[in-house]
Design a protein around this ligand. Sequence first.
Ligand code: SF4
Ligand code: SF4
Length: 338
Amino acid sequence: MRKSKFVKLKFREAGFISRALLSTRHPVLAHLIPMRRCNLACGYCNEYDHTSSPVPLDVMKRRIDKLGSLGTSIVTISGGEPMMHPQLDDIIHQIRMRGMIAGLISNGYYFTPERIKRLNKAGLEYLQISIDNVEPDEVSRKSLRVLDKKLRYLSEYADFHVNINSVIGGGIKNPEDALSVARRAVELKFSTTVGVIHDGDGTLKPLSPKEKDIFQQVKKMGNKDHARLNWFQDSIAEGKPYNWRCRAGARYLYICEDGLVHWCSQQKGYPGIPLQDYSMADFDREYKTEKWCAPTCTLQCVHQVGILDNWRDPQQAPGLTKPESSLKDTIHEVLSAE
Ligand code: SF4
Ligand code: SF4
């Protein structure tokens, strides 16, 4: 990434952080899914299929406009594999046109010099690729050996920030691979982070002593800002719950391919309201709702957004904040159970 562009991006980020600290009444980060389909089938993943079609561009544009009108700061395109969407560049361009920061999470398979140049032109600002191991195996083919050529292309042509995330847990066989991935990222002048990953059912597995040791080593090599923001990971690695206020459904939004707002990728179905109908009343309710899954949550980006408001506005149990329709559902469930 060119230095002048990097400095400009840092200024914009600082502006967004100040705005988020001054006002709690807008989303900071939205994950937007343009396509559920993926070219891979990682063993721990519950976020893909092999058959769905891309969401049409005009629908995606309407969703982006709505996020803009809610005052969202950052929109990150995720999936599935979003690079399979034939109009990804237009989607990114639309995010930039609405004045929001445009990010992308990808498995890296589709990067060629030509494709990277098109993403530069569209205005992409952040890319994250997660690499799970050095050699492909039955759990994951997001492997350094397969992707190294793509990383070299990115190092040469990308005019956006690239972060390489390595992972620990979730059935990854050789935890030391995370060290090789982080070293390669540093060599290519990318930033690097490390995440603890879920099992297929979204639950957390405690790390083994060897995994814990490698986790700490990789963290030291990585992005200092992220390490500072991700202290929750130390508790999770130790198998201890972490006490924080998850602001999913408000400061963080997850919008699936059907255009519904969910707490996050691991808690789909609630609130399950169409983005186009999402109001500040929904935002306020979710902001105040305590999430039962927070103590063992490993989703780094939602934790990072949560830091902005952890010190203010205590939350209430879901029973006290649920929308009317959900309360009716609950009463219906109780009556059916009886
Ligand atoms: S983790 Fe990413 S690359 Fe792997 S199957 Fe899931 S969506 Fe696809
Ligand atoms: S605590 Fe984690 S898993 Fe639960 S809703 Fe928040 S982000 Fe999702």
